[in-house]
Design a protein around this ligand. Sequence first.
Ligand code: PMP
Length: 361
Amino acid sequence: MSPVYNFASGPARLPDAVLERARDTLLLRGADGACALERPFSSPAFRATLERARQRLAALLGLPAGYRVLFLAGGAMQQFSMVPLNLLGRARCAAYADSGYWAGRAIREARRYAEVAVVARYQGATPLAAPPLANWPLPDDCAYCHITPNETGEGIAYPALPDTGAVPLVADATSCFLAGPLDVSRFGLIYAGAQKNIGPAGLTVVIVREDLLEREARYAPAPYCYRQQLAENNTVNTPVGWAIELAALVFDWIAESGGLAAMALANRRKAERLYHAIDTSGGFYQAPVAHGHRSPSNVRFQLADERLTEPFLQQAEAAGLTHLRGHCHVGGLRASLYNAMPQAGVDALVAFMADFSRRQG
Ligand code: PMP
């Protein structure tokens, strides 16, 4: 049977080797009679898993001194509230860059807690691009500046990071985390929902610079308080132990596959191949995002004749290429090429696209 490639934007494909190890791990009961799904979080075995996950992630990233890692329950959207609840301190204002759908949702949520200054905007017209990077009017009293480096729905990626000076830069890195090397020292805080490059949904990784933990977080509920979670070793409430176990397996797989530089190289090759196929299709397929701003993780495209979108999706699925429908607020088509998508999956998609366009004659 020929393989089926799942191009979903998340929950997304996980590496085969991780699934196999996960299956073995799941059935492995320790001396305490518990497997990773059953283990109480007060046990030494759980604490060892947590430490292993932390250390492996730190090693992959080359985490600088002065940063702490949390593995929290919930999705990236919880962080839309947790960030202002923990980082506003005595300030009233926070700066946000509006780069598309997910940034917009982060902004709407932050407005419940803060005066939000939108310091940069994307244009929303084709060709799409990230907000311009220069001259962001950061208010003097703003507590942090939030960006969404990769917009999963629009398929827009920032070509570089903005310079926010002394204002801590906060990133929702959900759909680009671990896709390549990351200079953590540029950020005050980074968060990423797990269901793209880390593991299963329900877990979010937060990396926070220690000095930001000193800010007053009076209204942060206990499980949502970074400082308290760190003080209580990530166990203020029941942590998502199995998801953390799986994340550790994914970190191992990345390390064994050559680390983040190797991920970046493979991801660039995959994305270049697909964008090239779109750009050389004579206009049959179109990519609405400008060169230099195109996401390598979420390749967005559409058919010049929109009436062909449904037949494309149906025939692609029959050919073993699934979940290519674009984000529901954006439309069109999207192929998500996270770390676990092999080059063979992209090659199969490119071959199908050429065949589909030929058949429309
Ligand atoms: N931010 C980004 C960039 C995302 O891609 C997503 C999910 N696709 C979210 C936030 C929301 O994540 P969750 O549904 O896990 O809360």
